[in-house]
Design a protein around this ligand. Structure first.
Ligand code: ZN
Length: 269
């Protein structure tokens, strides 16, 4: 985990916010940050997550009684599961200093689950701390985000190396309809990590366009032709592509990129 994030979490642990949201990074990095935070809240050292005390060990093993994990990556979260747990969230922690309730990859929750989650935030025990993770905050209900302290992890492959090359190729394909399939065709042309780097680079490009920083790029092209709707569409498509590439189920990375390119092309062609 980034030193910068660790430092902030260690400091924040003195007065923990009720809801902490991690965006950016990869799904694994967001999960790591969420678990670090759960340990920080309960670690015997009281200053950081030492990793060696019994609270840290039990959280790592996921057997800590005040740890609740709802993981959107592990299939459908049942709305009943969240509903059943809500009364517990308003009670004092059983053994720890804080109860840590982790909602990982909230963009994969159904609408019903997201709404129930929102209800669970309404009257929690002050010692219950919630954690949300998502690729970008825009992919969660705005009412969830407005209640959260947002921390942005570094975008891993933002615009460097191959990532930037893929952005350029996607941009060319969107405008001309050419060049893309020769890049993804052929056995092993792109592996999972390469495809993820391409998607993350596009997300970084989108983030820059949303902040009004970049004048040149795929997202800016889409904004010029389609307005804000173009950015929203790109955000959703990149999100789906990233989910497909980070799920434990096997996918063909070239097909994911082809799907993405075809989508983008269909909006402008
Ligand atoms: Zn510890």
């Amino acid at each position: 985990m980034e030193e910068r994030i660790r430092h902030i979490l260690d400091r924040l642990g003195k007065e923990p916010p009720q809801v902490l949201l991690f965006e950016g990074g990869t799904a694994d990095e967001r999960q790591e940050a969420a678990f670090y935070w759960a340990k920080r809240l309960n670690c015997g050292s009281g200053e950081r997550a030492c990793g060696g005390c019994s609270a840290c060990g039990q959280i790592e093993a996921r057997v800590f009684r005040d740890l609740f994990v709802f993981n959107g990556r592990e299939g459908n979260i049942k709305v009943e599961e969240v509903r059943e747990a809500i009364p517990v969230f308003s009670q004092a922690p059983a053994v720890g200093r804080k109860r840590a309730v982790l909602f990982l990859e909230g963009q994969m929750f159904t609408e019903a689950t997201a709404n129930t989650l929102l209800k669970s935030l309404e009257e929690p025990n002050p010692a219950t701390c919630f954690v949300l993770t998502a690729p970008q905050r825009e992919r969660l209900l705005p009412t969830l985000v407005s209640r959260s302290w947002v921390m942005t992890l570094a975008w891993p492959a933002a615009g460097d190396g191959d990532g930037g090359e893929w952005v350029a190729a996607l941009r060319e394909f969107a405008t001309t309809g050419k060049g893309w399939f020769t890049k993804t065709a052929g056995r092993g042309a792109v592996d999972k990590a390469g495809a993820l780097a391409a998607v993350l680079a596009c997300q970084a490009d989108l983030a820059r366009a949303m902040r009004g920083e970049a004048g040149e790029g795929l997202a800016c092209d889409l904004e010029r032709t389609l307005g804000a709707e173009g950015l929203r569409k790109l955000d959703l498509a990149l999100g789906h592509a990233q989910d497909a590439l980070t799920l434990p189920t096997p996918v063909n990375p070239a097909l994911v990129l082809d799907w993405l390119a075809t989508r983008v092309r269909s909006w402008v062609a």
